[in-house]
Design a binder for this molecule. Sequence first.
Ligand code: NAP
Length: 302
Amino acid sequence: MPRTITLSDGKAIPALGWGNGSGGLNGKEDPAIEFGITALKAGIKHIDTAELYKTEVATGEAIKQAGAKKDDIWVTSKGLSAAPEALKENVKDRIAKLGFKPDLLLIHNPFVPESGKIAQFWTLLEDLVLDGTLEGVSLGVSNYRPQDLKAVLDVARIKPVVNQLEYHPYVLTHLQPVLDIHAQHGIVTEAYGPLTPLLRHPSGGPIKPILERIAGRLSKETGKEVDAQSVLLLWTIQKGVVAVTTSTKVKNIEKIVQVDTLPDLTQEEIKEIEETGRKVHFRNYKEHMEKDFATPNLPEDL
Ligand SMILES: NC(=O)c1ccc[n+]([C@@H]2O[C@H](COP(=O)([O-])OP(=O)(O)OC[C@H]3O[C@@H](n4cnc5c(N)ncnc54)[C@H](OP(=O)(O)O)[C@@H]3O)[C@@H](O)[C@H]2O)c1
């Protein structure tokens, strides 16, 4: 059974997701279908797509062509590039493109609503749940900073169940005010870019040797090939955070699926990764979270 995380509305989201919005997949239908099928056949149970990625049709197609039952696969979409008066039509378009209602629908970033209209936009989205258009669909946000979350929570009849943002050990110090709001309101953190420390940081930074050491221990104990990337994903989901990663390589897709079968990290290991990561600030996707949300005075590396 895949690890799941329970959302505040009671639904269980598979803790590991495969996204079709990055690398060679973003904006390209055919690879999103081809690798979507590969991912599903390998055992992925959660696909992350978006209006922006132009991969919603491909997501539905991949599920169909893989012979999977939609009910067994969690699908998140994001979007809503519409003006408020066109929101209902936009939402219907999301559903039409996928061929089903998504399990979770996110506002892609705080700049989707017009300036100053974050609360109003959320209210309109809630109305679509209440009028049945989005019945059964969980609602969430993405890249929401403390001020954005507060604007929504001040008016929410339905609280966002998740906030999807770049999350890994090197943004923990910066994200603390966001994570505090999540904890207070039962909002689950969803990580995109969870492998940034290993893939995008120039040296890997101070957690790299720790992850490699733990990968060595797990490889020895399980007899499986466990890499530092797998340890970082395991750390993420053991923090209670949904990890949305991706790959177009069969071997790496299989490793993502394998993370679910690995034994838990020890509490000491989880703490060591976290405490070391907190001493650094390094973010890959800066355009939303670093605007009007002061970054900590920390080095990018130690
Ligand atoms: N809400 C937002 O604004 C937002 C922003 C960005 C992303 N996202 C979502 O999050 C998804 C993932 O984002 P991301 O690409 O930034 O995630 P990531 O997990 O940080 O990086 C994914 C990359 O890791 C590589 N990889 C995976 N397993 C590996 C392994 N075992 N060893 C070495 N490399 C490995 C893959 O490359 P290979 O193909 O070479 O394996 C892939 O390109 C996106 O597709 C999208 O759905 C959302």
